[in-house]
Design a protein around this ligand. Structure first.
Ligand SMILES: Nc1ncnc2c1ncn2[C@@H]1O[C@H](COP(=O)(O)OP(=O)(O)OP(=O)(O)O)[C@@H](O)[C@H]1O
Ligand SMILES: [Mg+2]
Length: 323
C-alpha cells in the first residue's frame, strides 16, 4: 500500500461563501502542478461539486456507497476533464436523508484516508453538523473559507468553536460526571460569557489530570487555516489579525490565514452561465489569488504574517485594477 494522501477538508460556517468553487479550483490547480488529486463531495444532501468540474450528476456516489454498499469507494471515482484530477461524487443516485450512523461514518473516514492520490480535497456542507465536524477533523490543518461579511465571519468562528468543543466533549465522555459538567458550562445561557478552551482544559485537569493532558494535547494540535473570499481591497485583511487573536484568546487555537481571494465578477458570471470556472479561460484575478494559496498548501509552509499577506493582496489588486 502506498503513502496516505494529504487530506484537505474545506468547510465554512455559512453557506454560499464560495467553498465549492474554491475546492474544485484547488483540486484542478493541484492536478496542474502534477499531483494526483481526488476531489470528494461530502456536502451530502446538497452536493453540487460535479458542476464545478463540468460533470453530469449521473454517477453513483458516497450516498449510494453508504446506503447500499454498491461498491468500494475507489470504484466510484470518476475522471474529470482535468489532468490528474478525479472526482468522488456526493449524493449520487441516493439523495442523503438521515445522519450517517456512527459505524458507517468511521468506515467512510477510514476509506477516505486510503484513497489513491497525493491530495484529497474534501468539499463539506456548511454549518456544524456532526458529519461535517467529523470530516473536518480528517486533518489538523483543515481549511475554513469565509467571506468578509460579519455574519459569515461570525459563523466561521462559531463553527471552529463547535468543532473544538465537540472534540473536547467526545474525549471527556469517558468521565460522565466531567462530561455533564462541561456540557452544562458549554451550554450556559448566551447572556453569560462563553466558556473558553482554557477554562475547559483547567476544569478537566483539576478533575482528572491524566484526561486533562490527553485532551489538551489532542485539541492543541488543531491549527485550522482560513481563506478570506470575495475581498474588495487589501485593507480587508485588517480583520485577519482580529480573528486570529480572538480565536487564540477564546479557543487557544492557532488559526493561520492562508490568503485572501478578491471578488471576481467573472467567477460569478461563469457560474451563472453554468460554465466551468477553471475551464479553458480561467478568470485571471481569481487564479492569481489562488496561486500563492495553493503554493502554501503544497509546501506546508506556515501562513505568512499579516503584513506579507497585505502586500501580496495589494500587488494582485494593483495588477488587476481592483484596489
Ligand atoms: N471570489 C469570488 N468572486 C466572485 N464570486 C464568487 C467568488 N467565489 C465564489 N463566488 C460565487 O459565489 C457563489 C457560491 O459559490 P459556491 O457554490 O462555491 O458556494 P458554497 O460555499 O459552496 O455554497 P453552499 O454552501 O451552497 O455549498 C457562486 O455563484 C460563485 O460564483
Ligand atoms: Mg458548495
Amino acid at each position: 500500500m502506498g503513502m496516505r494522501p494529504t487530506i484537505i477538508p474545506v468547510a465554512s460556517g455559512k453557506g454560499g461563501v464560495g467553498k465549492s468553487v474554491f475546492a474544485a479550483s484547488l483540486a484542478i490547480l493541484l492536478g496542474r502542478m502534477g499531483f494526483d488529486t481526488i476531489a470528494v463531495d461530502l456536502d451530502l444532501g446538497g452536493s453540487n461539486l460535479h458542476t464545478y468540474f463540468g460533470l453530469p450528476n449521473t454517477h453513483p456516489g458516497v450516498g449510494d456507497y453508504l446506503k447500499q454498499r454498491l461498491a468500494e469507494l475507489n470504484q466510484l471515482l470518476v475522471d474529470t476533464p482535468f489532468p490528474k484530477v478525479r472526482f468522488l461524487p456526493g449524493d449520487g443516485k441516493t439523495p442523503f436523508m438521515a445522519n450517517i450512523p456512527k459505524g458507517q461514518r468511521f468506515q467512510l473516514l477510514d476509506d477516505i484516508q486510503h484513497l489513491p492520490a497525493r491530495f484529497v480535497v474534501v468539499d463539506l456542507g456548511a454549518g456544524s453538523s456532526i458529519n461535517t465536524m467529523n470530516f473536518f477533523g480528517l486533518a489538523n490543518d483543515s481549511i475554513v473559507i469565509t467571506t468578509l461579511d460579519t455574519p459569515a465571519l461570525m459563523n466561521a468562528m462559531v463553527f471552529l468553536r463547535n468543532f473544538l468543543f465537540a472534540n473536547i466533549l467526545t474525549l471527556a465522555a469517558e468521565d460522565p460526571i466531567l462530561h455533564r459538567k462541561l456540557l452544562d458550562l458549554y451550554r450556559r445561557p448566551a447572556s453569560r460569557k462563553n466558556l473558553t478552551a482554557q477554562e475547559a482544559y483547567q476544569l478537566v485537569s483539576g478533575h482528572n489530570p491524566s484526561l486533562g493532558r490527553t485532551i489538551r494535547s489532542r485539541c492543541q494540535r488543531f491549527a485550522p487555516r482560513l481563506v478570506l473570499n470575495m475581498g474588495d481591497a487589501a485593507a480587508d485583511l485588517a480583520v485577519a489579525s482580529k480573528i486570529r487573536s480572538s480565536l487564540q484568546k477564546n479557543l487557544s487555537m492557532d488559526v493561520s490565514i492562508l490568503g485572501m481571494i478578491f471578488y471576481d465578477d467573472q467567477v460569478r458570471r461563469l457560474v451563472r452561465k453554468n460554465r466551468v470556472v477553471m475551464g479553458e479561460e480561467p478568470p485571471p484575478l481569481y487564479q492569481a489569488c489562488l496561486k500563492p494559496i495553493v503554493e502554501r498548501i503544497v509546501s506546508g509552509e506556515r501562513a505568512p504574517d499579516p503584513e506579507t499577506l497585505r502586500r501580496e493582496a495589494e500587488r494582485i489588486g494593483k495588477q488587476y485594477g481592483c484596489c
